[in-house]
Design a protein around this ligand. Structure first.
Ligand SMILES: Cc1cc2nc3c(=O)[nH]c(=O)nc-3n(C[C@H](O)[C@H](O)[C@H](O)COP(=O)(O)OP(=O)(O)OC[C@H]3O[C@@H](n4cnc5c(N)ncnc54)[C@H](O)[C@@H]3O)c2cc1C
Ligand code: SF4
Ligand code: SF4
Ligand code: SF4
Length: 370
């Protein structure tokens, strides 16, 4: 007799993810719950999602499978994406920057992400892209950018400090991007790009693997490297200001590379080691092992490149095509060999080393899978 396999459900998500304290509050489970229309689960004001009406749960297991903190689909994805330890599969690694001054001025690093998105939009390969935009002094929110102007405005990691640094609100460097996916669908024929951290791109790949609508409209995944994300409460900000001798009201830009880089309005930069700010990191991030966004079409980070350039790990066939075309069409440029202090082998070694470090951190954490 064939034994019936009972899928894991939201009950199991509570046990395996919420109770150990590793829910990243990404909203994936709620957004893609099969009982979405009749409401089985909902987001909480703060903390992990909860049941809205337990009786509405179909026990289909989708919420469990798409959660970035569960591992049922790991082997399937690793096989599909030809995963190799620490860095994943890659076809080419390069340092590059946007050719557009206005993109470079606004960008986190070289503006490669925004330049490639504008290339995709100009060539009518996408209707738009899910990115993030500033909201309030400290936060960014998921945003569907469908014009070049909107893409450029969403570039970078600047925060809107024009309103002054007041209030008790948290500043969270994580943006729940995938919650936007369902909201943008106009028709099945839509084609979009998504920019996201490794956990977000992993969720999208899981949805594509399970053919969960509307993941089929995601044609391009541009991943960001990610070591940790932070949640700074008003108290945490006060501690940071005291510990590192700066004021948040003087901050121009925050960037994450080899460390947290705080650029002040007077042009000075502070480089803060991750281990000195572990207390402010989101607990979910210590249960995460992917640094370089191994399932993305192309992954991007500042790590390994000279200032003003973006390190790009080009992975899939789709990634190779759009990178080469954006390069050929003059949207991005690589530094000439006379204009760079960076060797590709060193860039690769750094990405591998950070990948290993993150994997080791995960292995040592109490949440690691045995
Ligand atoms: C939370 C976070 C952690 C990171 N950690 C590292 C790291 O440890 N090491 C490293 O080398 N690089 C890290 N990066 C990547 C790096 O900061 C740059 O985003 C990357 O190099 C691309 O630079 P760019 O100038 O080409 O991108 P840009 O052209 O400036 O485009 C960046 C894109 O990312 C989007 N975006 C900004 N913030 C978020 C967010 N929180 N979630 C989703 N999308 C967002 C923007 O809307 C924009 O579309 C991190 C990025 C983020 C957002
Ligand atoms: S209906 Fe499915 S996706 Fe929704 S909570 Fe229940 S098991 Fe999870
Ligand atoms: S990490 Fe995301 S998908 Fe997983 S339980 Fe938390 S909110 Fe849901
Ligand atoms: S460290 Fe992992 S869990 Fe945390 S935001 Fe980055 S990819 Fe997501």
């Amino acid at each position: 007799m064939v034994e019936e396999v009972i899928p894991k459900s939201f009950e199991d998500l509570i046990k395996d993810v919420h109770e150990p304290g590793i829910c990243g509050e990404c909203g994936g489970c709620v957004s893609f719950c099969s009982a979405g229309d009749i409401k089985a689960i909902e987001m909480s004001v703060s903390g992990p999602p909860k049941y809205y009406n337990k009786d509405n749960c179909l026990k289909c297991g989708i919420c469990y499978l798409v959660c970035p903190q569960t591992h049922v689909l790991d082997d399937e994805l690793n096989k599909k994406f030809n995963y190799k330890t620490s860095i994943g599969n890659w076809a080419k690694i390069a340092s590059c920057q946007a050719t557009s001054d206005s993109i470079r001025k606004q960008a986190s690093d070289g503006g490669a992400v925004t330049a490639i998105l504008t290339y995709l939009l100009d060539k009518n390969l996408i209707n738009g892209a899910i990115v993030s935009k500033k909201e309030g002094p400290f936060n960014r929110v998921p945003f569907f950018a469908s014009t070049k102007q909107e893409l450029i405005e969403a570039a970078g990691s600047h925060y809107d400090l024009s309103q002054g640094v007041v209030g008790l609100e948290n500043y969270n460097s994580f943006v729940p991007t995938i919650t936007k996916l369902k909201a943008v669908v106009g028709s099945d024929a839509m084609r979009i790009a998504v920019v996201g951290t490794p956990c977000q791109i992993m969720s999208i790949r899981k949805m594509q693997e399970l053919s969960i609508l509307p993941a089929h409209i995601v044609k391009y995944t541009l991943g960001l490297f990610c070591n940790l994300n932070f949640s700074f409460t008003a108290k945490a900000r006060e501690t940071m200001e005291e510990k590192f001798g700066f004021s948040f009201s003087d901050v121009e830009k925050l960037n994450i590379k080899e460390n947290l880089i705080i650029t002040l309005k007077n042009g000075k930069s502070l480089y803060i080691d991750f281990k000195d700010i572990h207390d402010f990191a989101r607990p979910a991030c210590f249960a995460c092992r992917d640094f370089s966004n191994v399932y993305a079409d192309i992954s991007f980070g500042g790590l390994g490149s000279q200032d003003g350039y973006t390190t790009s790990v080009i992975r899939t066939k789709t990634g190779v095509k759009i990178y080469n075309d954006a390069l050929k069409e003059g949207y991005i440029q690589e530094p000439s060999k006379f204009n760079t202090s960076v060797k590709k082998s060193e860039m690769l070694a750094k990405v591998i080393s950070f990948g290993k470090r993150k994997y080791d951190r995960y292995k040592k954490a109490k949440y690691a899978r045995k």
